[in-house]
Ligand binder design. Structure first.
Ligand SMILES: [Zn+2]
Length: 297
């Protein structure tokens, strides 16, 4: 009997210590998969961020809602903080675009722009550096720490002959390490963002020559701010645009001409801006009054 009892106990122990095979697991809030592709983590982060962006959408519409500063601060605190959790660990995954799609949505909310607006315009209009640049900055910060404390991560030789990690931290960090002498992180981001903006070819550069946290016009009321961004980017709900996407049967304006953005700003006898496109660079009282109107954009 005693012998039988011992067998039963050992069976129980076997059952309790059985470890099942799982494709991924969570460690310190990061979902790790077998090949460190971070596919599952990017998917989960995108879903979590999306839930927060949906909440932010309750704060503003196109003609009403919170001002630029409130929306920007709330988006950084709620959406970006979630999207960037432990970013240095997974920011160079090929699946990172899943998170960026949601962050672009958040920046469209701040700027009041439409889905068709070029993605490169969104950070500049939101006063938030591009998502990849922000993640790189976190990486650079870690690289600085790594320089100070060589024990932070094992040397590349420790991984010789092993499949993981795909790219060693020190190799990647060397590419991102701030210039010598080391600048602050904010300066690092500003410089890289300015370089990126200078080399871009978007028309928006005419109106916003350099990136900053408060782009021109961001102190306007919500309606004028949204209208301003739509005329500056050239993407708005004009008849021409709605006709193009099949939402309207005719591309014509109430005045009879084809209603493109240029027509609304410069030519339309009903809607045109008091100083045309040039008035959008230096916003005077007349132009601000025009931006506050119900424009077909
Ligand atoms: Zn017209």
């Amino acid at each position: 009997m005693a012998h039988g009892g011992a067998i039963q106990r050992s069976r129980k122990i076997l059952l309790l210590t059985w470890i099942s095979m799982v494709p991924s697991t969570k460690y310190l809030g990061v979902t790790l998969d077998r090949s460190l592709t971070f596919h599952e983590h990017a998917k989960a982060t995108a879903q979590k961020t999306q839930a927060r962006v949906s909440l932010l959408k309750k704060l503003a519409g196109t003609g009403w809602g919170a001002n630029f500063t409130t929306l920007r601060t709330s988006t950084l605190a709620l959406a970006f903080s979630t999207a960037e959790y432990a970013a240095p660990a997974w920011s160079h995954s090929t699946h990172v675009h899943k998170v960026d799609v949601v962050l672009n949505d958040a920046m469209r909310l701040i700027s009041g722009t439409l889905t068709a607006t070029p993605v490169s315009n969104l950070p500049i209009l939101s006063g938030i550096p591009p998502a990849q640049l922000r993640r790189d900055a976190q990486y650079a910060k870690l690289a600085q720490k790594h320089d100070r404390d060589k024990c932070l991560v094992p040397a590349p030789s420790a991984f010789e002959g092993q499949r993981l990690p795909r790219r060693h931290f020190a190799t990647q960090a060397a590419e991102l390490r701030p210039e010598n002498p080391p600048s602050t992180l904010a300066t690092w981001i500003t410089k890289r963002w300015s370089d990126q903006w200078n080399s871009s070819t978007t028309n928006l550069k005419e109106f916003i020559p350099k990136p900053c946290a408060k782009p021109s016009g961001s102190d306007l009321p919500r309606k004028a701010w949204v209208n301003l961004n739509r005329v500056r980017t050239g993407v708005g709900r004009t008849q021409y645009f709605l006709h193009k996407i099949g939402a309207e049967s005719s591309p014509n304006c109430a005045c009879g001409e084809i209603q493109t953005m240029d027509h609304v700003i410069d030519d339309c006898p009903i809607y045109k801006s008091p100083h045309g496109a040039s008035g959008l660079r230096e916003l005077d009282d007349e132009t601000i009054c025009w931006l506050n109107k119900d424009l077909p954009i």
